[in-house]
Design a protein around this ligand. Structure first.
Ligand SMILES: C[S@@+](CC[C@H](N)C(=O)[O-])C[C@H]1O[C@@H](n2cnc3c(N)ncnc32)[C@H](O)[C@@H]1O
Ligand code: SF4
Ligand code: SF4
Length: 372
């Protein structure tokens, strides 16, 4: 794909009418983030020292805990199988106990996801409890419910909002009517929350990189892009899967846009890793020379909706998973088996592997992105 051919200009965009629904510019005081820095220096210092301890002594610590809160969702994305599951949810007291244990073991960041976390009635209690413990708290969301449930997000440190492109592209992947609901929530978040977007690269939106970047410049947020993964538990859609050449071309465009200074949060090393990924039909594999070593299960982990603990979410229902509800978090973490593979094409996990592997260039990229 040549960037000129596939990336539409502002005038040629098929749904440029969307532009009229987005305020052209926000005054400086209402840029995407709030005033104070998003991540505390103390959290960063502890992340570095625990990563060093792992490198020198092999010490395992759940520095970064991802927690699926619910399978319930307001969306119906064509590449996501999560709403079709309905596992029992951990209760609020069980979540509180998990967070207290994780914090005592060195946890610094809590990443809440689902399903749609805003479907959890007690989301506000969970966020407040985590923050009282000193955790840095992020929420992945489709943004549909942000205006109605903004009280639950009071004080949250950061939102990751899913946005797959303009109305046609977004709705093709994420369901009819989804774009309007997401855009309404995203615009509501501007000036109220620190956030950035996550775009899943699929057949539906390979021409949307510049559209997303243009919106990001206007509303002053950062963007992330991730390769569609294929996983029977979390989501598979072969019709939406771009072929290898298409994906490599769009990732090359991201590398170029990042170099040009476009509002892309992802680190240069992550983008290079994606560009060099050998086969996009495979999400994961054994360790690759030169690729960041997987630290899942050693320095980060994922607790599923029902309390089962995995090294990362790509192994849900695929690997032995001790239960934090039955055993407590400390015992479950001790019993967790090492990462079953060495490398993957997942955007977030690769960034964690680079960061916790003490790749300084990546660390600097993220400090700048999170504190801007
Ligand atoms: C599972 S969702 C949960 C949070 C929320 N419901 C949302 O959509 O943002 C977390 C992220 O995973 C992405 N996702 C879902 N299915 C995927 C797939 N098959 N491949 C890659 N990313 C996927 C979503 O677009 C979203 O950015
Ligand atoms: S990606 Fe998010 S919004 Fe879409 S179906 Fe999955 S959980 Fe729901
Ligand atoms: S390389 Fe690590 S983070 Fe990636 S899928 Fe494998 S275990 Fe999970």
């Amino acid at each position: 794909m040549s960037a000129d051919r596939r990336q539409p200009t502002a005038d040629s965009r098929p749904h440029a009418s969307t532009d009229r629904e987005v305020p052209a510019r926000f005054p400086p005081s209402t840029a995407a983030g709030k005033g104070e820095p998003a991540i505390r220096v103390a959290n960063i210092a502890r992340l570095i020292s625990a990563s060093l301890a792992h490198r020198l002594r092999g010490t395992r610590r759940p520095l970064n805990l991802m927690l699926g809160l619910t399978d319930r969702c307001t969306g119906g994305c064509a590449y996501c199988a999560i709403p079709a599951r309905s596992r029992p949810e951990m209760s609020l007291p069980q979540v509180r106990r998990l967070l207290a244990e994780a914090r005592a073991m060195g946890c610094q960041r809590l990443g809440l996801w689902g399903g749609e976390p805003l479907c959890r009635e007690d989301l506000g209690d969970i966020i407040r409890h985590a923050q009282d413990l000193g955790l840095w708290v992020t929420v992945d969301t489709n943004a549909h419910l942000i205006p109605e449930r903004d009280d639950a997000l009071a004080g949250v440190d950061h939102l990751n909002i899913s946005l797959d492109g303009d109305r046609a592209a977004h709705d093709a992947a994420r369901g009819p009517g989804s774009f309007d609901r997401t855009l309404r929530g995203l615009v509501h978040a501007v000036g109220r929350h620190r956030f950035w977007t996550i775009t899943v690269l699929s057949k539906a939106n390979l021409d949307q990189v510049d559209w997303v970047l243009d919106l990001a410049r206007r509303l002053r947020f950062l963007t992330n892009f991730q390769v569609l993964h294929h996983n029977d538990q979390l989501g598979r859609n072969d019709a939406l899967r771009p072929d290898d050449r298409e994906l490599r071309e769009v990732v090359a465009l991201l590398v170029a846009r990042k170099r040009e200074g476009a509002p892309i949060a992802s680190s240069p090393r992550l983008l290079q890793h994606l560009l060099q990924w050998p086969d996009y039909a495979r999400n994961r594999g054994p360790a690759l020379a030169g690729a960041p070593r997987c630290l899942a299960g050693a320095l980060y982990c994922n607790v599923d909706v029902d309390g089962r603990l995995y090294p990362c979410s790509l192994f849900i229902d695929e690997s032995v998973a001790p239960s934090v509800v039955e055993q407590g978090f400390a015992a479950a973490f001790a019993a967790l088996e090492p990462a079953p593979c060495g490398v993957c094409s997942a955007t977030c996990f690769t960034e964690y592997n680079l960061l916790f592997g003490l790749d300084w260039q990546t660390g600097w990229n993220w400090v700048r992105a999170l504190r801007r």
